[in-house]
Design a protein around this ligand. Structure first.
Ligand code: GMT
Length: 382
């Protein structure tokens, strides 16, 4: 164990820096920790998408990989371990906090072994986010190394009870403990009252807005988003705003044409700051078939947007059905369309669910409480 110097902790944070919930959570956590006086070092291959250019007490260290003709697959995990080792020594870090097990927890373990050779202890905290456990970690090629890397972490957290149980089911719990630390939202940013909603008129005129934000991977079932919207459009004028990009975007655009609603669907592409967009939405759609948490649903709720979602995985811990939205069977676009319709045709019902969404997001997933939970974890290992 090493002692934390002064009041602040020096933390190296590694995450996937591109579009995605785990990178968003890791970055928002780092920024919140820095605002509390801690020193944060992001160690990633690209500047995290939610990291502004300059923030006091926050540094960004880019992992660069030497190329060589023999490397058909350049070993990023080794380059990351080397950068972690270097940053720990140069900046006298107290611990490494990695988000998404593969390969980050493995690289952190390697860095820890290298540091141990020079007599330096380096605690590693690993936060599990989702497919690192539910898909990638259970693939035969990665199962053993995922298990090993989790077991070698000093603390392991999961973003939902669902993910904790999935982790234990897939890897046992003989050699490690998983604590649930949920994802969080900053109500000062995700707040319907804090954004200029004038551009709602540009996007939708006076029609209600349904919204979906994701990386358009197959798991998100974005064609179901279009299908759900088409159900709504059959009974009332409305606009669907699709934010993000990914493998299924073209298929979603084709589906909108096939269903005759293309004129009312706006594909905005990837946008990093989504709070102002969520602030103009009336219903948030999340039709995914697998989700350990559903950060975008929480961000929507914080903006007073009721959520119509598939009742899978950790979403059931975020959305309270009948209170802050509806949870329905995967693929049941008729039921999802009906739930959205019910909200959009009854202003009093919408207002109740909107207010309840804001209240639940703040009470159960407020940034202050969750950041304190992470601080407590850091103090338990460093
Ligand atoms: O696990 C993934 O698919 C990627 C990951 C990400 O980087 O966006 O998403 C997961 O982490 C988010 C943040 O904790 C959660 O909100 C998502 O539910 C989760 N995705 C899945 O479980 C599919």
């Amino acid at each position: 164990m090493v002692a934390i110097g002064g009041n602040g902790v020096k933390v190296g944070i590694t995450c996937y820096p591109t579009y995605g919930g785990s990178g968003a959570v890791a970055t928002e956590l780092g920024l919140a920790l820095a605002a509390r006086g801690h020193e944060i070092h992001f160690i990633t291959y690209q500047r995290p998408f939610r990291l502004p250019v300059f923030v006091p007490r926050v540094a960004y260290h880019e992992v660069s990989m030497g190329q060589y003709p023999l490397f058909q697959y350049p070993p990023y995990d080794l380059a990351l371990a080397v950068k972690m080792h270097e940053v720990v020594i140069q900046h006298d870090l107290d611990l490494l906090h990695v988000h998404y097990a593969i390969p980050h927890a493995t690289s952190a373990w390697l860095a820890k072994q290298m540091l141990a050779e020079s007599g330096r202890a380096m605690p590693v905290v690993t936060t599990l986010h989702g497919t690192d456990i539910t898909i990638v970690g259970q693939d035969h090629s990665y199962h053993a190394i995922t298990k090993f890397s989790i077991e070698k972490s000093d603390r392991v957290t999961a973003v939902s009870e669902f993910l904790k149980h999935e982790t234990i089911r897939a890897f046992g719990d003989e050699n490690f403990r998983v604590d649930v630390v949920p994802n969080f939202v900053d109500p000062a940013v995700y707040n319907r009252d804090c954004h200029d909603v004038a551009f709602k008129r540009e996007l939708a005129g006076d029609r209600p807005v349904l919204m979906h934000i994701s990386n358009f991977r197959p798991v998100k079932r974005v064609l179901d988003v279009i299908g759900t919207f088409a159900e709504v459009r059959r009974t009332m004028p409305a606009v669907l705003v699709m934010v993000g990009d990914g493998p299924d975007r073209s298929a979603a655009e084709d589906e909108a044409k096939r269903l005759g609603v293309a004129e009312d669907v706006r594909f905005l592409g990837r946008i990093d700051g989504v709070a102002p967009l969520l602030a103009i939405a009336d219903v948030y759609l999340l039709t995914t078939d697998r989700e350990s948490f559903g950060l975008s649903a929480l961000e929507a709720m914080a903006c007073g947007v009721p959520v119509v979602a598939a009742g899978v995985g950790g979403i059931v811990e975020v959305v309270e059905p009948g209170v802050t939205g509806s949870l329905l069977p995967v693929g049941d676009i008729k039921a999802m369309g009906a739930a959205a319709n019910a909200l959009l045709t009854d202003p009093a019902h919408w207002r109740r669910q909107s207010d309840a969404s804001v209240a639940r997001a703040r009470a159960k997933f407020g940034i202050d409480d969750v950041v304190t939970q992470y601080e407590d974890i850091y103090h338990s290992v460093a």
